[in-house]
Structure formats: structure tokens, C-alpha cells
Write a protein that binds this ligand. Structure first.
Ligand code: XMP
Length: 513
């Protein structure tokens, strides 16, 4: 069944996939297309509405991305966000310049007054906080437009031409910091574009299945399976799309959690899929010996994974595709487009330059974690798999700070197991999004029995989050923390001090490396 489509034209902003996600949350199908896409291709989507995204450029520069003016004659409603708003104004005859003084540049939370007679702000409060991030200023808006929102420093925070259904906002309605931002997007989608709002994750599943069948054809595909949520969802998707053409390869790199490799094997051998378990622990630990720098660790692991998959593919023969469970936060944090590199997730920034597969397929590349879980449920995956806490591909390698040894990995495994065990016993596991132990490379003095110890400091990390782009540290009851700490120092030789990490993301990240 075909669905109404909203076209999101990508001008390189940081939040573009977040806009797409918000549109999907409203039950409306959308496609994000680069702004360089030929106009005929965009027209062929037959969009009911178009959103111009933000972007890092200034519209008045020749080098900045622009849009073919023909798009304005389609009779399709347009919403411009940030750069998209300035582009709308500039393209239709307005004037945009660099802000003359600091106060006209706006970054962060800004109190904004809205004209609620404009359909974009209808039925919403007249005032609210909006999230701004722009250094340019619309000095003159084009003919036919009126100003529909203002802040203390800026009289033209939003513009509208209600006859042609063109709207522009300088702020970002898609981010949580903008009060009622989603309601504004809903007004655009439902009151301006008259979207039906009947698109669901089930539709996404059908679209993804059809796309995978078309891409893979009669070919063979090897899936890099870690047993985590993302790769398990890809396994379910590909199993349904291409059945026995799929082989799932689980590589044990020696840095899994306690019993994990056996558990993954037990879970997947019950499925009707080709499953291979490969023990590559010796060679991974060998390559990682003496490596301390986190980015180096990720690159080594990313490369080694690929080499093992290539070897397995050769054994199967004629494998064209390598599938991965990459999701959107992996892509953006690895520095996609203009975004800064936060950490090179092993499956994105950690990939080697040369890969011996015709193509890498990543059906979840545009989804956020909670959407992946929803898709997993649609595909009929058992709840225990869908709601599992994530475990990063590089495993304990990025939870052992500094150099990695088998002994350190064993020590961390035992401590991490105790942490998870006590969290489950306390019934806290459902509430926490992710929780694990980290072996720091700090040692400190302790006293045990009557003797001095000089042992490792272990850190516990537990967070709550929806999408893993931001996260809060979890308020675990003191009694539970106490039990965990007592058990770890008593049962794990080599640890004499336990810390609890009380930092949110940002400014920290979830993992320590
Ligand atoms: P950060 O540390 O970036 O973590 O705040 C966000 C989420 O991503 C996971 N993570 C990774 N997953 N390969 C993965 O498959 C990686 O290199 C990687 N680094 C972080 C992390 O466990 C958390 O769920």
C-alpha cells in the first residue's frame, strides 16, 4: 500500500534525522533526500508537504546549497527550518545577512512570542521557549509573507505566506528543548498538508522487507550478528525477506560478557536461520595487546571483524552482501556529513577502507533505538531479545580503560555479572536502559583482613534514555549499590574500590571510551 509522503530536503543540519523521526512519530511516512537530488526525482515522490532542514551554511554565499525555484510552483506546502527558513526567504526575494551584532545571533533556549492566528501555532500557548542556533538574520522578508513569531532580539523568528502555504521558523521545532515544537510540526502536517497520519511501524516493516528483497535478489547475505537488539532485528528482517539466502555469523572476540557467547548460540540455534559461531578471541586479543587509545581499539576491532566475516563468506561462497545492525546514533556520532566525530562506532567509523563485499547493507541506518525495538516487535521477536540492554560491538574492549589483557577481561566479566545479577534481583533492570561495569586503569590502596591491598578501581555505570543520543545517570537505590559494592570487592579478587558514575550524556557519553 502506498502512503502519503512528506519530503525532507537535507541541507546538512545536525538534526535532520530527528525531523524525520518526529514526522514518523506523527504517523506520516517521510523520505530524507539530499538537497542535490534532481528535481524530477523529488517530484516523482509526489509529496504532500516539503520540509527544508537546517544546515551549517549561509544562504547568501554562492557556495551554499540552494534549491531549484521550480519547487515553489508545485503548489505543495513548504516548511523551512533554520537554514531552510532563510533559504525560503532568500529564494523568494527576501534578504538575509550576517547578524550585525551578537544579540541578533541566537543560540540555545530563547523565549519566543507566537502569533497564534498563524496555522503553525494554532491552539498553542502564545509564549514558549524555542531552541535557536543561527548566526544569520532575515533583514527583509519576501512579498506575501508576514512575521508570525518574535523574540526579544529578533522580530522575525517565524514567517508565513498562508496563501501559498509556505512557512519558515528560525528555531528547531524538532528538538525537545523547543516547547510545543512537535505540536507545531503536527499543525504543519495535519492542518496544512492534511496528512492522514495512518502510517505505522508495520508499514515500515513492509517497506523494508520489499527494499531488502529487491536489493538482495537471488544473492547471498552474511549478517554480522552480535546477539544485541540491533543485529537481532536485522536477522529477523532478513530471515523474513530472503530466508535461507541469509547466514548469521556470530564472532566471539573474547570480549563478550560472562556466558554471553553461549547464550547467543542457544538463542539463535533455535531459530530457523543459518547460524555460525566463530571463536576468534585469540587473534582479537593479540591485535589489541598493548593498545591503549580508544579510537585505535575501535579501528582494530572494526577491521578484524570484517576480516573474519570475509573469511566466513569465502567458506560459504558467492556472498555479495554484508549486513550490519548499524543504527542512526552510530552514524551521527561517527561523524556523518558535517557532524563532529564523537567516537568511531566500530561498524561505521571503524570500518576498513577496503572491504571484500559487493555492498554493505544496513536496513536500520536511519532508525533510533526505540524505533528499532518497535520494528523488532513488529517482526515477532521475543520481548526478552527486543528489550535487552544494548551491548557495543567492541564489547569489553571499550570498558577496560587502557591496555587490554585476558586477565583484566576475566576480572571485568565477573564484576559486570555481579552488577547485572543484583540489578535484576532488585527489579531495577526494566527501569534502566543500560548498565555495566568499567575497569579503570587506576589502582588504589585498601585494607582487607589485616593486610594492605593495591588493587583496581571499578566503576559502575547505569543510565536511562530513550534514544541514547542523550542519557541521564540512573538513581539506583543506595542499598542496592551497597550490596553490589560489597559483593564485588569480596568476590572479585583484584578490585578493592567501587565507584558509581553520576554524569549524564552530554557532557559524558554512555561508554567510558
Ligand atoms: P555512547 O558511549 O556513544 O553510547 O554514548 C551510545 C550507545 O552506543 C553504544 N556504543 C557502541 N555500539 N559499537 C557499537 O555497536 C560501538 O563502537 C559503540 N560505541 C558505543 C553504547 O553501548 C550505547 O548503547
Amino acid at each position: 500500500m502506498s502512503h502519503q509522503t512528506v519530503l525532507i530536503l537535507d541541507f546538512g543540519g545536525q538534526y535532520n534525522q530527528l525531523i524525520a523521526r518526529r514526522v514518523r512519530e506523527c504517523g506520516v511516512y517521510c523520505e530524507v533526500k539530499p538537497c542535490s537530488t534532481p528535481l524530477e526525482e523529488l517530484r516523482a515522490l509526489d509529496p504532500i508537504g516539503i520540509i527544508f532542514t537546517g544546515g551549517p551554511n549561509s544562504v547568501y554565499l554562492d557556495t551554499s546549497p540552494h534549491v531549484d525555484l521550480d519547487i515553489f510552483s508545485w503548489g505543495v506546502p513548504i516548511l523551512g527550518i533554520c537554514y531552510g527558513c532563510q533559504l525560503l526567504a532568500y529564494s523568494l526575494g527576501g534578504q538575509v545577512t550576517p547578524a550585525q551584532n551578537d544579540s541578533a545571533r541566537e543560540y540555545g533556549k530563547t523565549v519566543t512570542d507566537y502569533d497564534t492566528s498563524c496555522v503553525l501555532f494554532r491552539d498553542l500557548p502564545r509564549q514558549g521557549v524555542s531552541w535557536m542556533s543561527h548566526g544569520d538574520y532575515m533583514v527583509r522578508v519576501p512579498d506575501g509573507f508576514r512575521l508570525t513569531a518574535r523574540s526579544a532580539n529578533c522580530p522575525n523568528v517565524a514567517i508565513a505566506d498562508e496563501t501559498r502555504n509556505f512557512y519558515g521558523v528560525q528555531f528547531h521545532p524538532e528538538v525537545n528543548h523547543t516547547e510545543n515544537g512537535v505540536a507545531m510540526l503536527r499543525n504543519f502536517l495535519f492542518r496544512v498538508c492534511h496528512a492522514a497520519g495512518d502510517w505505522t511501524m508495520e508499514d515500515y516493516k513492509h517497506t523494508a522487507l520489499a527494499a531488502m528483497r529487491e536489493k538482495i535478489g537471488n544473492g547471498r547475505v552474511l549478517l554480522a550478528l552480535s546477539g544485541g537488539v540491533d543485529s537481532s532485528v536485522v536477522a529477523a528482517l532478513l530471515a523474513e525477506a530472503v530466508g535461507s539466502q541469509l547466514t548469521c555469523v556470530f564472532v566471539d572476540h573474547g570480549l563478550m560478557r560472562l556466558n554471553e557467547a553461549d547464550e547467543v548460540e542457544a538463542a539463535f540455534s533455535q531459530w530457523n536461520v543459518n547460524f555460525i559461531r566463530r571463536d576468534a578471541s585469540a587473534r582479537f586479543l593479540d591485535k589489541l595487546a598493548g593498545v591503549e587509545e580508544p579510537e585505535r581499539k575501535r579501528k582494530i576491532i572494526g577491521e578484524e571483524f570484517i576480516r573474519v566475516f570475509e573469511e566466513e563468506a569465502k567458506k560459504i561462497g558467492a556472498v555479495d552482501f554484508l549486513a550490519q545492525g548499524t543504527i542512526y546514533p552510530d552514524v551521527i556520532e561517527s561523524g556523518a556529513g558535517n557532524a563532529a566525530v564523537i567516537k568511531s562506532h566500530h561498524n561505521v567509523g571503524g570500518l576498513p577502507d577496503c572491504v571484500d563485499f559487493k555492498e554493505i547493507i544496513e536496513p536500520l541506518r536511519l532508525l533510533f533505538k526505540d524505533e528499532v525495538r518497535q520494528l523488532g516487535r513488529e517482526l515477532g521477536l521475543p520481548e526478552y531479545l527486543v528489550s535487552r540492554q544494548p551491548f557495543p560491538g567492541p564489547g569489553l574492549a571499550i570498558r577496560i580503560i587502557g591496555g587490554i589483557t585476558r586477565e583484566k577481561a576475566d576480572l571485568l566479566r565477573r564484576a559486570d555479572f555481579i552488577f547485572r545479577d543484583e540489578i535484576a534481583k532488585a527489579g531495577e533492570d526494566k527501569r534502566l536502559s543500560q548498565y555495566f561495569a568499567v575497569l579503570t586503569n587506576t589502582r588504589s590502596v585498601g585494607v582487607m583482613g589485616d593486610g594492605r591491598t593495591y588493587d583496581y578501581t571499578l566503576a559502575l555505570r547505569a543510565v536511562t534514555t530513550d534514544d541514547f543520543m542523550t542519557a541521564d545517570w540512573a538513581r539506583i537505590p543506595y542499598e542496592v549499590l551497597d550490596k553490589i559494592s560489597v559483593r564485588i570487592v569480596n568476590e572479585v579478587q583484584g578490585v578493592n574500590r567501587v565507584l558509581y558514575d553520576i554524569t549524564s550524556k552530554p557532557p559524558a557519553t554512555v561508554e567510558w571510551e
